[in-house]
Write a protein that binds this ligand. Sequence first.
Ligand code: TYM
Length: 332
Amino acid sequence: MTRIFSGIKPTGHLTLGNYLGAVRQWVEAEQKPDDALFCVVDLHALTIDHDPARVRRLSRQAATLLLAAGLSPDRCTLFVQSHVDEHTRLAYLLECTATDGELRRMVQYKEKAAQARGAGAGVRLSLLTYPVLMAADILAYGAEEVPVGEDQRQHVELTRDLAARFNQRYGHTFTVPRAVHPAVAARVMDLQDPASKMGKSFGEGPGVVFLLDEPEAVRRKVMRAVTDSGDGGVVYDRAGRPGVANLLDILAACTGGDPAALADGYGGYGALKRDVADAVVEALRPLRERHAELAADPAAVDRVLREGAARARALARPVVDRAYEAIGLLAP
Ligand code: TYM
């Protein structure tokens, strides 16, 4: 069995990008509780300007949505990062393995640091060390596969480098993981700005489909999606026609087709958008319905998270203890 680990940050409402790029893979991949671990990575949400009450609310909402999407506590371990101390314990050892140069080169750090500076806020030190904590999340469980969207590729590469370096210096301790991306929709773009990733931090962004959007809102956003100028018809060309390619990717991901083949069936953008809207509404319908049921019983969700944390702790503890010993710390 393959051990898999992945996480999601409670920094905003979950989006169609999170679902198609990551969560759907998780639902398909889950096997046994010890093999598949999924984590609401709340500590990562503290790396940018945050509202404490909102992070708390979004953490429970993210967990509820993951259950609504089909993760089952019988077949995977679902938990909250801050409930398992091993993540931060290990992160420190990995900070002693990483260099500041390699962290400053991370694309997401550069983007988010520029945003923070632009907003007149300081750049939190934790934003720089973010990928080290992410590496700890993964390595603490000996994960072999990390199912993520395309935007996390660089972070998983760094995780691989840190694991290999630690192993080489201190003896074999960590499994070197690999990122796994979906065949289509590994990078869902903003419907209003197809040059940018569809991201959950964009507030009420008109180009972002949120998983809990009402069907009418989904339709409105899709029908107003920016398509490309020129009159080349519906063709699949990610570089030259990114708006249309994004719609075709979303359609393919929701209906199981191939984006280039799907393009042949359309004479114009209107029909394509209508089909995309229908496909997204249908893909999200069961999730929205199940979410409404689960959200009515937050204590049940908290119970799942508590049990998940206990299981996660039991798996991470021996790995992190071994790393403490390997790096030269005296056993307590
Ligand atoms: P986060 O919270 O930004 O996103 C969660 C997952 O959704 C994917 N994703 C997308 N996929 C396709 N198109 C998009 N527009 C899109 N937007 C987001 C992300 O790639 C991700 O898989 N650093 C991580 C959280 C994390 C983590 C980890 C992930 C922390 N520790 C350990 C894996 C393993 C993040 O910010 O994801």
